[in-house]
Design a protein around this ligand. Structure first.
Ligand code: NCD
Ligand code: ZN
Length: 483
């Protein structure tokens, strides 16, 4: 009798992409990628690929892991005139972004189970995969574990005031929140600006008659970030909580960030294209449109941030996609303008332009936009890389393709961007999420609406050891924990 199953069909891939250069965070090589059932089946020489239902010729182009944007605001529920999950994730798909992490300053804020359920319902329209941030606030410490059970992928704590006016928690509440979340391993992202310094400055500036755009910068000097980063790092070190510093904007806050990393704190950090590419001239050029928290700063900070990207003090690039209606951005009085602007669709063209200009390698770009966020939020190696078995979250980019940023052509409802009319070189051409095209030939695939799913299905965040208890005796530990 023949033990071999001679009728087994030859493995047939769903799609093979040929002719391109494959790029990961550590390597770049000519090859092809085969995809089956939403995952990468094989990577290698085109001649070694299995037969496929479809072959896409990407000659001259580059195959990258789709970007993972750890910082977007999609506004639903609550502010759907600014953005919705449908428009926000369409914008992501068009920007080569295959996973987003969405922020809790919606209405209601994502600090309770019913609010989380409303958001998960809204997210059913997503084109791309997503993680939802739960809120860590003064008054919802008893909700944090409920939010974990309900499906949040990480937490967000507003140490400083920003859009949504969520009050910043006391240091005591933050510590207790960190203790609770640390036990579950989830990362806590910080809007690291000191609330009271900024509030007092803003009152003083208003009282002195300042209403110009640069008064916003004056209200938020780097000390607000230095203090908040240092304080968050101390609480993380004490509790063992993993933390993530959002939108690093100044050279000065890099010192407490570096020191915390050296002490072994599990701290990651992001910056955004507007901090790397804009400086103080933006205030004169854009007026109130440039109002964003934290503010775009002077050129010396921009230089320090590029250095921190190079030496890996900064782990990743996120966008802080914060869309508002044009009338909410353009105000004669700076204090009346909403903070933030659109960004999820423009990050890749803007940063690939820097790659083409030789300021960043393509491997570094992949690390900053895909591999590092996947590692930080427990998604690696299912996401953030190109390996057999990884989700086929892929962006095919053309580094020779030129374009111009035009707000009215973005898929976000927020069309105000400080990069309006900026020439770019390097565009995402196709975006695939788990093997399915969500953008093809620079066109949104509308039938893919709702294809996005929560990353919680694959997320792995084992709890770390709290460092404050590492060196105490068992008896003292019991006594301390009993408090
Ligand atoms: C963000 C928003 O509009 O939600 N605004 C901003 O200026 N960055 C909030 C935030 O991330 O601080
Ligand atoms: Zn913020």
């Amino acid at each position: 009798m023949n033990d071999f199953n001679t009728d087994s069909p030859t493995m047939l891939a769903d799609l093979v992409i040929t002719g391109a250069t494959i790029v990961t965070d550590t390597a770049q090589f000519a090859g092809a990628v085969a995809i089956k059932d939403g995952v990468i089946l094989a990577i290698g020489d085109a001649s070694a690929m299995p037969a496929a239902l479809e072959v896409l010729d990407a000659t001259g182009q580059y195959i990258l892991p789709g970007a993972i944007d750890a910082h977007v605001h999609f506004r639903e529920p609550g502010y759907t005139h600014k953005e919705t999950w449908e428009t926000g994730t369409a914008s992501a798909a068009m920007g080569g972004v295959t996973t987003v992490f969405e922020m809790p300053n919606t209405n209601p804020p994502t600090g309770t189970l019913p609010a989380l359920q409303m958001k998960l319902e809204a997210a059913k329209k997503a084109y791309v995969d997503y993680g939802i941030y739960g809120l860590l606030a003064e008054d919802n410490l008893d909700q944090l574990e409920t939010l974990i059970d309900g499906g949040v992928a990480a937490f967000k704590c507003f140490m400083g005031n920003t859009f949504g006016n969520l009050p910043s928690p006391s240091t005591g509440a933050m510590l207790e929140g960190f203790e609770i979340i640390a036990k579950h391993g989830y990362r806590i992202a910080l809007h690291a600006e000191n609330a009271t310094i900024m509030a007092r400055r803003q009152i003083a500036l208003k009282a002195s008659g300042r209403h110009d755009a640069m008064a916003h910068l004056a209200a938020r000097p780097p000390v607000v970030a230095i203090e908040a980063v240092a304080r968050a790092a101390i609480l993380a070190e004490w509790t063992g909580a993993r933390i993530h510093i959002l939108h690093v904007s100044s050279g000065d806050e890099l010192r407490p960030l570096r020191e915390a990393k050296l002490r072994g704190v599990d701290i990651t950090a992001e910056t955004a294209p507007h901090y790397l590419l804009l400086d103080e001239h933006a205030y004169e050029q854009h007026g109130s449109l440039i109002r964003v928290n934290p503010p775009v700063r002077e050129k010396k900070h921009q230089d320090a941030l590029w250095q921190a990207v190079a030496d890996r003090t900064i782990d990743m690039i996120a966008t802080d996609h914060a869309p508002h209606a044009a009338c909410e951005k353009h105000k004669a009085d700076i204090w009346q303008a909403d903070c933030g602007f659109t960004g999820v669709e423009t990050q890749m063209p803007l940063m690939l332009t820097q790659v083409v200009a030789g300021r960043l390698s393509l491997c570094d770009y992949v690390r900053l936009t895909a591999t590092a966020p996947a590692n930080a939020f427990g998604l690696y190696p299912r996401k953030g890389t190109l390996l057999p078995g990884s989700d086929a979250d892929i962006v095919v980019v053309d580094l020779a393709r030129e374009g111009i940023v035009e707000g009215r052509h973005l898929h976000s409802l927020g069309s105000s961007t400080p990069f309006e009319a900026t020439p770019v070189k390097g565009l995402p051409i196709h975006t695939l999420v788990r093997g399915r095209f969500v953008m093809r030939d620079r066109k949104l695939i509308e039938a893919a609406r709702g294809h996005g799913t929560s990353v919680r299905r694959i997320q792995h965040m084992p709890a770390p050891t709290p460092r404050n208890l590492e060196h105490t005796t068992a008896a003292v530990t019991r006594a301390v924990m009993a408090v």
